[in-house]
Design a protein. Structure first.
Length: 575
């Protein structure tokens, strides 16, 4: 039977009983046996070369979550070893995203560049031990010498340089005497090793580029493989949690740490997150931004955390999703419907209900007094009685959704039609008596009558209606722009393109629809950026940061329909 976990989260709340995933099982066993003297120390080590996305959120929640659950610590460490791609902008955005998700590194903020001098001294140590050498092979020559998966590599002609010569060349590399790419420092391991990562890997390369933190102090920079294990070692990490692509690199990290005789963390690999209708490659996301195919890193169609935040996702929904999908050792693709299900589960509990009309059709209630306005009680959130009620104005002229009326309704259409009676939410029963059209035959206005005896409930005579419509008072409504979003890609796996095209061939041309003539109830006048609401019968929406007093802008976060819930229901029925 799998181990069971009942622990406190970072807010001190009991997370309840849950089966431990394999990573937490390892940590729990280590705590039980006293390994690492009972310590648990993890880290989240992003490279500041782009914005974080939902895949990073999985790693963030895993590393910070384990530290919180086991009474340990989690460091935030930026792996800033590549000055050509890294920027302070990305550092700032990553810090903001992690804080927004609800995690705190408690002052343990580190950078790989903090350890550049120590890494260099470690490199000198390996050179002196005859375990590293300066190589003059160019990139193309190095690939040729490396061999293949089925053929061993060949020793570099510079592999047997003497220790003193290597030390001299390394120092001159650091001093900036040589041009980019002319020399590298390589570990001397085994050019015939079946694991290509152990075939004399590069430790340092020459890059004359200014670093966002160290400026021009360095012109040689450590490779990720050289820096990775050393950073964990210096910070005394106990459980170095990585994604599966680093599994074949673990023997190299072990070799470096053992050759140096330094503190040796335990590396554990898990499968990264793949999401349907989404690309997770930072290179591809950057391409979308740079080519103007999206409005920026925070475009609400992007899987970036800032994009999801702008769309209206809550940090609780993302954390819930990461908990539901858990972690495993095999690669798979998660249906985006599950992410949206977790989103709806949270927003349904927390979002205030309001009324909005996206595609308005005017309704005039002929028997309602022209100079009268009523303030009707509306429920703010039926899931949360403590949310109370609000007042919504009702008057003679209203707007309803254009799709809520059909002049010649088909069977099973129960909304408004000529001669038909429906309920207006929180208000009255109304009956359509006339349809007004323009010269081209387009419907521009409906005339109705209302029953004053039906306010807020059923008719006294017991008659029933089959539909309840939302509405806004024309005299009081606020005009708004509403942006409707769909998946950014049309294919479940966007990386699969036909006829030699790249992933961009699968972009969804209908991923964004902008509606400029929408109306919302007046209570939304005070809504602030990123405030979330449920527009009754329409879905979940949030206030876009570009919104202002003069122009209200809302992003649709999710529709009301829960695809994942329907999938699960169908699966249960099949069983």
């Amino acid at each position: 039977m799998a181990a069971v976990n009942s622990r406190k989260n970072s807010d001190g709340q009991d997370t309840g009983d849950a089966r431990l995933d394999f990573v937490r099982s390892i940590v729990a066993e280590d705590c039980k046996t006293g390994k690492w003297d009972g310590r648990v120390a993890t880290r989240f080590p992003p490279e500041p070369n782009g914005y974080l996305h939902i895949g990073h959120a999985k790693s963030i929640c895993l590393n910070f979550g384990i530290a919180a659950e086991f009474g340990g610590t989690c460091n935030l460490r930026f792996d800033d070893t590549n000055p050509q791609k890294e920027e302070q902008e990305y550092v700032d955005s990553i810090i903001e995203d992690i804080r927004w998700l609800g995690w705190d590194w408690e002052g343990r903020l580190y950078f790989a560049s903090d350890y550049f001098e120590q890494m260099y001294q470690y490199a000198v140590q390996l050179v002196k031990a005859g375990k590293a050498y300066v190589c003059d092979l160019g990139a193309d020559e190095m690939r040729e010498y490396r061999g293949t998966l089925t053929e061993p590599g060949r020793d570099s002609p510079y592999r047997n340089r003497g220790i003193e010569e290597n030390l001299d060349l390394l120092e001159r590399m650091r001093a900036g005497e040589f041009p980019d790419g002319s020399r590298t420092l390589r570990a001397k391991i085994d050019m015939a090793n079946p694991n290509l990562n152990l075939r004399d890997p590069i430790m340092y390369r020459i890059v004359h580029a200014s670093h966002h933190r160290t400026g021009d102090k360095w012109c040689i920079y450590p490779t990720y493989d050289w820096a990775h294990g050393l950073e964990d070692s210096v910070e005394k990490i106990t459980h170095s949690i990585c994604t599966l692509e680093f599994e074949n690199h673990r023997p190299l990290y072990d070799w470096f740490l053992d050759a140096l005789g330094v503190y040796h963390p335990q590396q554990i690999e898990f499968a990264r997150l793949n999401l349907s209708y989404t690309v997770m490659s930072k290179r591809k996301l950057l391409q979308l931004v740079q080519e103007g195919l999206v409005s920026g890193w925070d475009d609400p169609r992007m899987p970036t955390i800032c994009g999801m935040r702008r769309r209206g996702y809550s940090p609780e929904a993302i954390r819930s999703f990461c908990k539901v999908i858990s972690v495993n050792k095999f690669n798979s693709t998660i249906d985006i419907a599950l992410l949206e299900h977790c989103l709806r589960e949270d927003l349904n509990k927390t979002s205030a209900r309001v009324m909005a009309v996206l595609r308005p059709l005017k309704v005039i209630i002929e028997n309602y007094p022209e100079d009268k306005t009523e303030e009707l009680d509306a429920v703010n959130n039926p899931e949360d009685p403590s949310a109370g009620t609000r007042k919504v104005p009702f008057s003679r002229e209203l707007y309803i959704e254009r799709e809520d009326f059909i002049e010649e309704p088909p069977k099973k259409f129960y909304r408004l039609a000529p001669g038909r009676e429906v309920r207006l939410r929180y208000a009255y029963f109304v009956t359509c008596t006339d349809v007004i059209k323009d010269a081209d035959g387009n419907i521009v206005e409906l005339h109705c009558t209302y029953d004053p005896a039906t306010q807020g409930g059923d008719a006294p005579d017991g008659r029933k209606v089959k539909a309840t419509l939302h509405w806004v008072s024309a005299a009081h409504a606020l005009k708004a722009e509403v942006r409707l979003y769909d998946n950014l890609f049309t294919k479940e796996n966007p990386n699969e393109a036909e006829d030699g095209q790249d992933f961009k061939a699968n972009l969804n041309p209908n991923s964004l629809e902008v509606l400029t003539d929408c109306f919302v109830e007046p209570s939304l006048k005070e809504a602030g950026p990123l405030n979330r609401f449920q527009f009754e019968r329409l879905g979940y929406f949030c206030v876009d940061p570009d919104s202002s007093e003069d122009k209200l802008i809302f992003n649709r976060t999710a529709a009301l329909r829960d695809t994942w819930a329907k999938i699960r229901k169908a699966q249960k029925l099949q069983k």
